[in-house]
Ligand binder design. Sequence first.
Ligand SMILES: NC(=O)CC[C@H](N)C(=O)O
Length: 323
Amino acid sequence: MPDAQAPDLASPDLASIVHDIAAEMRLRAERGTVADYIPALATVSPDRFGIAVIMADGTCHTAGDADEAFSIQSISKVFALTMALGAVGDALWQRVGREPSGSAFNSIVQLESEHGIPRNPFINAGAIVVSDILLGNHEPREAIGEMLRFVRALASDETIRIDETVAQGELQTGFRNIALANYMRAFGNVRHPVEKVLGLYFHQCAIAMSCRQLAAAGRYLMARGRHPESGRSVVSPRRARRINALMLTCGHYDGSGEFAFRTGLPGKSGVGGGILAIAPGVASIAVWSPGLNERGNSLLGTLALERLVEHTGWSVFDPVTTA
Ligand SMILES: NC(=O)CC[C@H](N)C(=O)O
């Protein structure tokens, strides 16, 4: 007996699903709160909503404000981790853990009893250590340039830029991040001067991308580590699987359990209101809505992904996919 609830996986009309999701999100009154601790983010309208879905065969479906660039913020931590693993391999895990923190993205408390080793690379403390690793022998300017080139190559889009106003705003108001970096320096887990490490960290967070560009950049995580357009290997299949696993368990901070429960997809959020989600073998998905929930994750972005999975059955916990 076929399950009456099962979505028609053979022919989901994705174009209309994506369109309907955007239409529903436009009408929602409850949109969350736009982050205002980074001055430039506070001015973004909560009315915005965009979605882009890129399939394994390269087909792309978009709706809403899918071509408007927004600050990717913590989503950059996925790309930074990918680069740092390329640079130092599994030695990275001596300095950063792989467990969910259950704490806010910018929390400092666990660092004291855990000897300056952050729980995972997606909380701010972990990402700051990753920035320290990426600095290597480089000046921040070179490391920032390398990161931007990497993201442009992933997205196959040379127009991607860093929003300098956002980066400067974070430099001026990032007191918690400055505290985190100094605290970890005291444990020897940040090795470069704190200003240089944060210079890289704030600039990577200030990369501006549209949903279409972000979904394109995430394709290697859908495609077992391979850049689908060039056919080149970005990371090994094993590393792609591990990055996806970390996104599922840690990508939404203390909201990671809830996000996994609702969507069943690896995902990484940012306080700019973007989420990159991966349906392995099937699709790379980016959503954007600037209003955040109480955990600092996009309120409507999460709801949109939940709807998408309801209609497509793409959760990693569903036995059948369109792959
Ligand atoms: N959750 C986020 O996106 C946080 C990133 C932001 N740049 C910060 O460090 O506070």
